[in-house]
Design a protein around this ligand. Structure first.
Ligand SMILES: [Zn+2]
Length: 339
């Protein structure tokens, strides 16, 4: 009898049911009054007294195991049933919403790529800076108006800690630690204490380029500028340079490009001049090279810098600067195809 119980135990442990009907059939087969286990219970009366204890234990184990197994299978059917209510396998997949690159990121990348093709590599630096890297090393006079609280955000109680007003501070940091040849492009966010309007913001983005080596001349600068303008705004683009002044370059110039809206004929955007200003540039002032530990008798260099917002406005005609920082999805979505 023990062998029969063991065989049944094995059978029960391996039993499977594909659905509730099959499970009910199993329950009847083993546990009903006319089932196999009940039959064994009846036979138990005939077991010899000295074996009753052992056989009884096996019989109880069989009964318990069968009941547990049937409960377990029943539960799995119940779960599948509730699951079926929630999942509609015939339904189409949800559309996956892809984000878009921010227009400023797109333009920044394009500028960096163009200069990358000229051999410039990207350099970055901290946004919280000190006076030396933002002003003093760059030949700003002690009483230069940019140092005024009205133009620069200073950290309270410490006039030596400030938010950088231009990315030229990155140039200083690179020149302090590397000897020429230096050929870097520095993209980054800068801060100025300005009232926010459609054409000014308290933070914006710049890209500056710096090239220092032996025999770098103004002609090299002009060539790089022309290459950049044509790559960025199309092969028809013309450039012109106007003399200007910056503390850190000598001589200095501002560069205009032929208006890419009217092709130079004159329109409201270019104020009917046919030209729009896009960047400042010049030969690095020898004082700047010296203050960074570079011998200005051996090396010369050029630098140029532009606002990414300005370039983006020209490329995409964004009228209001504030759109760039408002995170309005309707605005950002329009740049999807540019990604
Ligand atoms: Zn125009």
């Amino acid at each position: 009898m023990i062998n029969k119980i063991k065989a049944l135990l094995q059978e029960v442990e391996n039993m499977k049911a594909a659905n509730a009907e099959e499970l009910e059939a199993l329950r009847i087969k083993y546990l009903s009054k006319k089932g196999e286990i009940s039959a064994l219970m009846n036979d138990f009366r005939n077991v010899a007294a000295d074996q009753k204890r052992e056989v009884g234990q096996f019989l109880n184990q069989l009964k318990e195991t069968t009941q547990n197994k049937i409960n377990e299978l029943k539960e799995s059917f119940d779960n599948v049933q509730t699951g079926n209510d929630d999942i509609d396998l015939t339904r189409t997949a949800y559309p996956v919403e892809l984000g878009t690159r921010h227009p400023l990121s797109l333009v920044k990348k394009e500028i960096c790529d163009i200069f990358g093709r000229l051999g410039f590599s990207i350099a970055e630096g901290p946004e919280i800076e000190d006076d030396w890297h933002v002003f003093s090393s760059l030949n700003f006079a002690e009483d230069h108006p940019a140092r005024d609280m009205q133009d620069t955000f200073f950290i309270q109680h410490n006039p030596d800690v400030l938010l950088r007003t231009h990315t030229s501070s990155v140039q200083t940091r690179v020149m302090e630690t590397q000897q020429p040849p230096i050929r870097i492009i520095c993209p980054g966010r800068v801060y100025r204490n300005e009232a926010i309007s459609y054409r000014a913001h308290c933070f914006f983005h710049q890209v500056e380029a710096l090239y220092v080596d032996k025999n770098v001349s103004f002609a090299d600068l002009k060539q790089a500028l022309l290459f950049f303008a044509k790559e960025m705004f199309g092969p028809e683009t013309k450039i012109r340079l106007r003399p200007s002044y910056f503390p850190f370059t000598e001589p200095s110039a501002e560069m205009d490009i032929s208006c890419n809206l009217c092709g130079g004929k004159g329109c409201a955007f270019c104020k009917h001049t046919g030209w729009v200003e896009i960047l400042g540039c010049g030969m690095v002032d020898p004082n700047v090279l010296e203050s960074c530990g570079i011998d200005s008798k051996v090396y010369t260099g050029y630098a140029l810098g532009m606002g990414i917002e300005r370039i983006t406005n020209l490329k995409y005609q964004v009228k209001d600067l504030r759109m760039f920082s408002e995170n309005d999805v309707r605005f950002l979505k329009q740049f999807e195809s540019a990604n």
